[in-house]
Design a protein around this ligand. Structure first.
Ligand SMILES: [Zn+2]
Length: 124
């Protein structure tokens, strides 16, 4: 099930699944977080695994905002990766797999190489 609302601490966030570019500070991103609007945006054109990882990263930004953590992008990236690594194997997946989209473990090597190159695109 694709989440439209997420509660982080006592704050209700709206998750917007966009099928258009997300630009933050003049950079094309997979996702973004706004503490002002309590909004998380995810590029829904990405593979579901990428969307899940990006949502976890943006949730880490929301946690940082709500709990006033270090506001350090490196720490947020680590927290987001940790969330993703804990949630997905335990079947807490926020993103539906697209029809006809192969499971990640079944993706041919040449396809994986393409998705690795996509990792250069930053999250905000
Ligand atoms: Zn970030």
């Amino acid at each position: 099930m694709r989440k439209e609302k997420l509660q982080v601490g006592g704050i209700l966030y709206t998750v917007k699944w966009r099928k258009s570019d997300i630009i933050v500070d003049h950079k094309l991103c997979f996702g973004s977080h706004s503490s002002k609007d309590c909004t998380i945006e995810i590029d829904a054109r990405q593979p579901s695994t990428r969307q899940h990882e990006t949502l976890c990263h943006e949730i880490a930004h929301a946690i940082d905002n709500v709990y006033d953590l270090a506001n350090n992008e490196h720490c947020i990236s680590l927290l987001g990766a940790g969330l993703s690594q804990v949630l997905k194997p335990n079947c807490f997946n926020f993103v539906e797999r697209k029809p006809n989209e192969p499971k990640r473990r079944n993706v041919p090597k040449n396809t994986r190489a393409r998705s690795r190159s996509q990792k250069k695109l930053p999250t905000a």
